[in-house]
Design a protein. Structure first.
Length: 254
């Protein structure tokens, strides 16, 4: 492949790459030509399924098991990547967790965990990886926002707060870094069939309510996110800054 979507020779870090959206995005970037650094809380030393998929497309895959609840571990990973000969060209911040409980029963521990993994560590990791991008005057950063960057959701107050924060962070970083050659944008997945949303699909009432509101008439698949991820990681999006791109089957337009 050649042209504005070509990622040949690029190195992409994808967090939360062991399963779900992250694995599909890592594979899509590999198909477009990128080598992958896969990061996830429970990734096997050999990189497991995501590494097999990336290598099946003739690309390299390095893997790291890092818990984003552990700020020191996040900083150590960034330092290791920044010390490597090969710089990171693309950062896809996809790792994320969720805690479901009504606001009145939402514990401090759940709040702290979700905000740390889904917002604070996203900022810390991005700040560290972006330092080298800024010094090179080039880089692509893609956050993973949510419909709950725009809406309140149902019994996930910490998650809604964190993902609303990701929307603000995307714009704030883009404002500072657009003129320095680094693009910062976000993907907004709609309701995608992954482990994250399994409880919703297993609840007949919630599943029916969600499905009936999606104009496309089906849950999204992790693979549905691949095209936008490649776009935001490639030269095709060089003039796209601070935008949240929905891949939601039409949910937000309804
Ligand atoms: N599914 C949806 O409908 C939907 C909608 C909007 C936004 N999103 C967002 O999309 C992203 C991916 O979610 P998904 O649906 O693919 O969910 P998923 O299947 O549950 O995958 C989540 C990924 O994040 C990683 N992760 C979770 N906690 C982590 C931690 N403490 N440290 C490091 N990695 C951690 C997991 O690592 P391990 O596999 O190693 O455990 C896993 O690879 C998340 O940011 C999520 O909020 C999803």
């Amino acid at each position: 492949m050649s042209g504005p979507f070509d990622l040949a020779g690029r190195l992409a870090v994808v967090t939360g790459a062991r399963r779900g959206i992250g694995m599909a995005v890592a594979e899509a970037l590999a198909v477009a030509g990128a080598d992958i650094v896969a990061v996830s809380a429970h990734l096997d030393a050999d990189g497991g399924e995501v590494a097999r998929r990336v290598r099946s497309h003739g690309r390299q895959c390095e893997s790291f098991a890092v818990d984003f609840a552990d700020r020191a571990a996040v900083k150590a990973l960034a330092a290791r990547l920044n010390a490597a000969d090969r710089p990171v060209d693309i950062l896809v911040n996809n790792a994320g967790t969720i805690a479901r409980a009504p606001a009145a029963e939402h514990s401090d521990a759940d709040w702290d965990h979700v905000l740390t993994v889904d917002l604070t560590s996203q900022f810390i990791f991005t700040r560290e990886i972006a330092a080298r991008m800024l010094s090179r005057g080039q880089g692509k950063i893609v956050f993973t926002a949510s419909l709950l960057s725009f809406q309140g959701g149902v019994t996930v107050p910490g998650y809604a707060a964190a993902k609303s924060g990701i929307a603000g962070l995307t714009r704030a970083l883009a404002n500072e870094w657009a003129q320095r050659g680094v693009n910062v944008n976000a993907i907004v997945p709609g309701y995608i069939a992954t482990d994250n949303t399994r409880p919703l699909r297993e609840d007949p009432a919630r599943n029916a309510a969600i499905l009936s509101r999606i104009p496309a008439g089906r849950w999204g698949r992790p693979e549905d996110l691949g095209g936008v991820a490649v776009f935001l990681a490639s030269a095709a999006s060089d003039y796209v800054h601070g935008t949240l791109v929905a891949v939601d089957g039409g949910w937000l337009g309804r």
